[in-house]
Write a protein that binds this ligand. Structure first.
Ligand code: GLN
Length: 546
């Protein structure tokens, strides 16, 4: 590790890492490359036009000279790029993701690659083909997933921030399980160049951080249009700025000083109503002859654990006491979100993972008689069960003659969810007459597309970090429990998860979701919450940086 460690840092990292196993590769250890700085001779056309615009000094000050970690499905030249898969174990990336280069340019130092559910498929990190990662709050529990290694590393204080990826909740859910901030940006706000594709239309690189201010800074550093990713975009005119222009001292978004929340209106999604709707949908499916066991599990999985409900209620009360106006809202299509998400995600995964054939990347079987056998043997030995399941599911829903029944229906649900959110939050920023929340919240209802609320408050996951063995959630229940996170991905909207409270010794996260490119507003809300109710740390945590 070439990062200039403060006294005691190296032994601190070692001690924690032995307990939690957050890293697949820690820089400088076991033949791993030493931490990197930006390669010299970068050209803008390589995605190297860095630092990215809109990363002011205020942001850089929270990044510079600090160590960071990157989920092992994001490419860094010379480092492991295993994607948590046996198939790619030991594979080293020949190039670097734009987001990582942006952090280098802002002066941060990469210290390692973190563990994940294989190819990002899972909610526990236990689907990793490489190793297990433990939750720093309770080593017998999972850190969540799929970015569990990144979340655990931040929670333990090994790094102040880390990159993860979020396709259906993989940044926000582990952030909630580990008690850190998890930001899933607007689709396209951060370049996906260098992120190994799982479900391209849903996923993006996200930020796990020890504070909202840090999450804001890291997001400011990595966001923006990248010529190497045609789906990436700069924020549109009219989107709230992450930081006030340098010449003003009292910005709408303060980026550091807790803002007043009196103009904010928050739509509150009732978890009880959602659970009821899911149960009703499941019951009608059973009446129609659907698979009883699976539908029952789906209905149960939607119910919040009592501690999570307490944390959610507390967050509501606190936002109200900080001056926000709270209104009840509904997302009628949410109850169909999980089946739609898994249909689309599996369909895209089955296409994206076709490249792992033993020819181009990764491990190969010692012997094969012909190319077909080579591919078969590679995939049989290399992919874990969850990955195989999703490839099968994906090819199933895409079979000719069946697309209407599954895939196209899922796309219609996706459109419905998007429309539900737009009715509450407004559509994208247009750059005109769209200056911000307080004004819009007070706007008359004559335009049905006018936003009614600035953000929606909802749970992250129905349970706190779960244990292994009998106390674990089944793989199916874990999927059903994605209902609160996957809807942001289906709609392409930003959402942020943060620690609302500590219940029974474990963090409970809640989530704020906003219209496209409203990250600044979400961060304002979280920063204010954190200012009033500082985030907790696990026992043994030591702060090495501000
Ligand atoms: N639990 C989700 C899944 O397994 C999360 C995926 C993700 O965001 N990468 O698909």
């Amino acid at each position: 590790m070439s990062y200039k460690q403060p006294d005691g840092f190296l032994s601190y990292v070692k001690e924690w890492e032995e307990k939690i196993g957050a890293f697949i590769e820690l820089s400088g250890e076991k033949g791993a490359p030493v931490s990197q700085s930006p390669p010299s001779g970068e050209k803008p056309e390589d995605g190297g036009a860095l630092p990215r615009p809109g990363c002011p000094e205020k942001a850089a000050a929270l990044i510079r000279d600090l160590p960071f970690a990157v989920k092992d499905n994001i490419a860094v030249a010379g480092f492991s790029l295993s994607c948590g898969s046996k198939l790619l174990a030991g594979f080293r990336s020949p190039y670097t993701a734009t987001a990582v280069r942006a952090l280098w340019a802002a002066g941060a130092e990469l210290i390692g690659k973190t563990n994940l559910d294989e190819f990002g498929m899972g909610s526990s990190t236990d689907n990793s083909g490489i190793k297990k990662t433990n939750n720093p709050w309770d080593l017998s529990r999972v850190p969540g997933g799929s970015s569990g290694g990144s979340a655990a590393a931040v929670a333990a204080g090994i790094v102040p921030f880390a990159l993860g990826s979020d396709t259906g909740g993989s940044v926000r859910q582990p952030a909630a399980f580990c008690g850190v901030v998890g930001l899933k940006p607007t689709y396209g706000a951060v370049s996906r160049y260098g992120l190994v594709a799982y479900a391209s239309s849903l996923e993006g690189i996200g930020v796990l951080a020890d504070s909202a201010a840090r999450a804001r800074a890291v997001f400011a550093a990595i966001r923006g249009r990248d010529p190497l990713d045609d789906t990436s975009r700069d924020p549109p005119a009219g989107a709230p700025p992450l930081y006030a222009p340098a010449d003003k001292t009292t910005p709408a978004s303060t980026g550091g000083d807790p803002p007043a929340l009196s103009g904010f209106s928050i739509g509150v999604l009732s978890p009880e109503a959602v659970a009821r709707a899911v149960a009703q949908t499941a019951a009608s499916g059973m009446n129609a002859g659907g698979k009883t066991g699976a539908l029952e599990i789906a209905a149960q999985a939607a119910e919040l654990e009592s501690e999570v409900r307490r944390g959610f209620e507390l967050a509501k009360e606190r936002f109200a006491s900080m001056g926000c106006s709270l209104v009840d809202v509904e997302i009628p299509s949410l109850k169909y979100g999980v089946p739609a998400y898994y249909t689309i995600a599996a369909a895209e995964a089955s296409a994206n993972l076709a490249r792992f054939d033993g020819v181009r990347y990764g491990r190969r079987p010692p012997m094969a008689e012909n190319p077909g056998e080579l591919v078969d043997k590679t995939r049989e030995a290399g992919f874990g069960d969850e990955v195989k399941l999703r490839i099968l599911l994906g090819t199933f829903v895409l079979r000719s003659g069946f697309q209407d029944r599954y895939y196209l229906r899922a796309q219609r649900i996706r459109a419905g969810i998007k429309a539900n959110f737009e009715a509450l939050l407004g559509g994208g920023y247009t750059g005109e007459g769209d200056a911000g929340g307080a004004k819009n919240a007070a706007a008359p209802e004559k335009d049905s597309r006018a936003p009614r609320v600035d953000a929606i408050l909802l749970p992250v996951f129905p349970s706190r970090a779960f244990g292994r063995g009998p106390s674990s959630l089944s793989a199916f229940a874990q999927k059903a429990a994605d209902l609160y996170t996957c809807c942001a991905n289906l709609a392409g909207l930003p959402a942020i998860s943060f620690p609302a409270s500590l219940e029974g010794g474990l963090p409970v996260g809640v989530q704020l979701l906003g219209r496209a490119f409203s990250e600044a507003k979400l961060l304002d809300l979280v920063e204010a919450y954190e200012g009033a109710y500082p985030f907790p740390h696990p026992q043994g945590y030591r702060a090495f940086w501000n």
